[in-house]
Design a protein around this ligand. Structure first.
Ligand code: BES
Ligand code: MN
Ligand code: ZN
Length: 513
């Protein structure tokens, strides 16, 4: 198996024209049309070709577009890449993150060894310098990621090493960028780990190999502890939901518990549980799915893996918080031992559920994990799951569905979405939806009516959180890029790692919503 590309990101103090690099990247806004001072000085040195190419209209500086210019030895960089940023008045931290991502994606495609980013210069009068350092590092990791560990032909595989530096001549600004960059490196690497694990197929990642990855992560990360419950241990805890969903597969289910106690015992900050759905493959079970695109259901573990990676990031950032990462994991397959439509399952909470569709399995494993969080007296519970196709119908592939029972927590997650560029949209899940989940022969049933499937699923989960402040992220539309873009390779997005880390970071600072 090939090793995933080694990417290093750092801040270098240097004059832009003096940096010896394979490619130097600068940002260009489409409006105002004038080159800014930094770009004008640089462009003069290379014979004003940037100005010409923009005047000719060959490069319109729209967002997510790039243009490579060759410098003919007039500056120390081999290539100068213009990265389009769109209109300046619309630009945000996310514009910069995406620009860094596009630059890194292109660098990896060109097989470049050293990439230098001066993209932040275009935003200096607009954005905080520390935050810019973070966004650049996050974007640099995001864009350079390729999933090629099973590509054996070397000419098809990507490069194996890439050095990326953020270039800044001013000492004070370089120090600020460096501070943000340090955090961005942690988050970027955690997100790429999530993407690598999520991309791995069902014959490689099953509940027990996923648990082994979690154990490995805990061994490698200072302050992170991992406990794994096997079937026997889950039986003792009456986790009927996870056991039922896992009963059809030869790979037995697991309940993975990660713990990070960054605040110690006497924290005034709330204890947080992050709960992530990790169905290593979702065939639908006895209520089997159609064949088309079923392979995409290897990504049904993305929520659980996002939780694993977020705990790694939280520990590396040494956030002063106590956090649980709870990852129920099972493989949903049809077999002679599968759970069936009509079965009545007793969950860890004691509530009984009538199964009407074995493909609504996510809520069945999550309800036991939510109950575990309640028993641990967690103040805040956030679950993240590729839960419903209905959420994709509602929101498309741009935003995750956000549900919950606490306005302040919702606001905090909306702020974290803005911070991280991983967008969410607040959706309803109150009494009307909860009513649909009542069964005539058990306390609940596992599907609602034809309509509002994302909301009824959320309403089901909401009945397992007791008095905790709770939010639910339905990331069914967000787990994958079906095609590569100019900023990213196709495959797992690692969605949630940036969002949840931004949420935890703000929470640890006691920042008001
Ligand atoms: N894992 C799927 C949801 C999903 C769909 C994720 C598309 C990513 C892309 C989930 O377990 C599922 O099958 N949900 C059913 C629920 C239904 C039976 C109530 C669905 O959405 O069809
Ligand atoms: Mn399903
Ligand atoms: Zn599923």
């Amino acid at each position: 198996m090939k090793k995933i590309m080694d990417v290093k990101v750092s801040v270098q103090r240097a004059e832009l024209h003096k940096i010896k690099t394979d490619m130097l990247c600068v940002g260009v806004f489409s409006d105002p049309k004038k080159l800014d001072d930094t770009n004008r000085l640089l462009d003069k040195k290379i014979g004003a070709s940037a100005e010409k190419i923009i005047k000719l209209g060959d490069f319109k500086a729209e967002e997510h577009t790039t243009e490579v210019l060759y410098t003919a030895g007039k500056i120390a960089a081999q290539r100068l890449m213009l990265v389009g940023l769109g209109e300046k008045k619309k630009a945000t931290l996310d514009t910069l993150r995406d620009a860094a991502s596009c630059a890194a994606y292109k660098a990896a495609a060109l097989n470049i060894k050293r990439l230098s980013l001066a993209l932040h210069k275009a935003f200096e009068d607009k954005l905080d310098t520390v935050e810019m350092g973070r966004a650049c590092a996050e974007g640099a990791y995001f864009g350079s990621f390729r999933y090629d560990e099973y590509v054996t032909k070397t000419e098809d595989a990507g490069p194996d090493k890439l050095m990326i530096d953020i270039v800044e001549p001013d000492q004070k600004d370089a120090a600020k960028l460096n501070k943000g960059c340090a955090a961005g490196i942690v988050v970027g690497r955690a997100q790429n780990l999530a993407r690598m694990l999520s991309n791995r197929p069902g014959n490689v990642i099953n509940p027990s190999t996923l648990a082994a990855e979690a154990m490995k992560l805990a061994r490698q990360t200072k302050g992170l502890k991992c406990t794994v419950l096997n079937e026997k241990a889950m039986q003792k805890k009456n986790m009927g939901g996870i056991l039922a969903v896992g009963s059809g597969s030869k790979s037995a289910p697991r309940f993975i518990i990660l713990q990070y106690n960054g605040a110690g015992k006497s924290s005034r900050l709330p204890t947080v549980a992050l709960v992530g759905k990790a169905i290593t493959f979702d065939s639908g079970g006895i209520s089997i799915k159609p064949a088309a695109n079923m392979e995409a259901m290897k990504l049904d573990k993305s929520g659980g893996i996002a939780v694993m990676a977020t705990l790694k990031a939280a520990a590396e950032l040494k956030l002063p918080l106590n956090i649980y990462g709870l990852i129920p994991s099972a493989e949903n397959l049809p077999s002679a031992t599968s759970y069936r439509p009509g079965d009545i399952i007793t969950t860890a909470s004691g509530k009984t559920v009538e199964i009407q569709n074995t493909d609504a399995e996510g809520r069945m494993i999550l309800c036991d994990a939510l109950n575990y969080a309640v028993r641990q007296k967690c103040d805040i519970i956030i679950d993240i799951a590729t839960l419903t196709g209905a959420c994709v119908v509602a929101l498309g592939q741009y935003m995750a569905g956000l549900f919950g029972n606490d306005d302040e927590l919702i606001k905090k997650l909306q702020n974290a979405a803005q911070d991280s560029g991983e967008r969410v949209w607040y959706m309803p899940s109150g009494d009307d939806y909860a009513k649909e989940m009542k069964s005539k022969i058990a306390d609940l049933k596992n599907i609602g009516s034809k309509w509002g499937g994302a909301c009824t699923a959320a309403a089901f989960l909401g009945q397992f959180v007791d008095k905790a402040k709770w939010a639910h992220l339905d990331i069914a539309g967000m787990d994958v890029f079906e095609h590569s873009t100019s900023c990213s390779a196709e495959g797992s997005t690692g969605f949630g790692v940036r969002l949840l880390t931004a949420f935890l970071t703000a929470l640890s600072k006691g920042r008001k919503a």
